[in-house]
Design a binder for this molecule. Structure first.
Ligand SMILES: O=C(O)CCC(=O)C(=O)O
Ligand SMILES: [Fe+2]
Length: 298
């Protein structure tokens, strides 16, 4: 795919309307993109996740639920999910909304969520409530939920309160104001960190599985500790863009270095005695240069 500022030219010659997507996201607080990846890719991910789901116990907690399975570290458990994380349409949306407020955005977490039959509705929440900041204001997190099974109103399709990114937090909302995400495997539901939503109750007889990958401003703490989830010996196998997204590149200026270097030096072994480098953006370098030049003249 070829990226312009607000559209992506896709391999089949059609244009993907990123600007339209982000306009809807900013307006409604959420967006569903149908069939963004082929169902075959999702089948592959389901296959890769099968053993891990089998070993994962139900979560325990009033927020995470007792009839729900949740697991992280998805890029190793299901390597095919790496392609969801770096999907050009998703990255273009993140760049448009998060990009202006950071040097680079990052992955905040990966989580496969299987809502089992009988699970109750999750309490409505904003995903970014852990940050001491208020809304409406700028966004610092965005979530992408990929359907691994068909999502329906009955089986636990994510419950979203449209335009709630502009409203105070409210845990009880009249049912007619809520929408339930209904989508096929391969479709993705995207919502802002400030949009109020929750997992749906599963009144069906089969589990509902989804795969979330959330993204945040590159200078925030990540929810899932990416360096423990993917230590250097694991991350060195990943595509370069994914390495950057999980945090193996410095967020300029100076956030996240290792021995004063880009952390991805660790992929080449552990070199001794590295020189500490200025890991600052070009504009800061120029300010320092100008300041020093001025001092010489004086
Ligand atoms: O599983 C879902 O549909 C949403 C879950 C959710 O919002 C969360 O756990 O933060
Ligand atoms: Fe959530």
């Amino acid at each position: 795919m070829f990226q312009t500022t607000n559209a992506l030219l896709q391999d089949d010659g059609t244009v993907c309307p990123v600007a339209e997507y982000t306009a809807r996201l900013r307006n409604d607080g959420f967006l569903i993109i149908e069939d963004l990846v082929p169902e075959l890719m999702i089948e592959q991910i389901n296959e890769e996740l099968r053993p891990a789901f089998r070993q994962t116990p139900n979560s325990e907690g009033l927020f995470w639920g007792f009839q729900t399975k949740r697991m992280g570290r998805l890029f190793t458990k299901a390597p095919t999910s790496q392609g969801l994380a770096t999907h050009p349409v998703i990255l273009a949306i993140m760049e448009d909304i998060l990009g202006p407020n950071c040097e680079k955005f990052q992955i905040n977490l990966t989580q496969a969520i299987r809502i089992e039959p009988g699970e109750e509705e999750q309490v409505l929440h904003r995903d970014d409530e852990m940050f001491p900041w208020s809304h409406p204001g700028s966004e610092f997190m965005i979530n992408a939920m990929w359907a691994l099974d068909e999502f329906t109103a009955e089986n636990g399709g994510t419950v979203v309160w449209p335009r709630s990114h502009l409203k105070p937090v409210q845990r009880e909302v009249p049912a007619e104001e809520l929408v339930r995400a209904e989508m096929k495997p391969g479709s993705v539901l995207i919502w802002l960190g400030s949009t109020q939503h929750g997992g749906g109750a599963n009144r069906s007889r089969k589990p509902r599985s989804g795969l979330t990958i959330s993204y945040s401003l590159g200078w925030l703490r990540q929810a899932e500790n990416q360096y423990l989830a993917y230590p250097p010996e694991v991350a060195r196998q990943f595509p370069e863009k994914l390495q950057e997204l999980i945090g193996y590149k410095v967020h300029r200026p100076n956030l996240g270095w290792y021995e004063g270097q880009e952390p991805d030096v660790l992929f080449d072994g552990r070199p001794e005695a590295l020189p500490a480098l200025d890991l600052v953006p070009r504009d800061i370098e120029l300010i320092i240069q100008e300041f020093l030049a001025g001092k010489q003249v004086a």
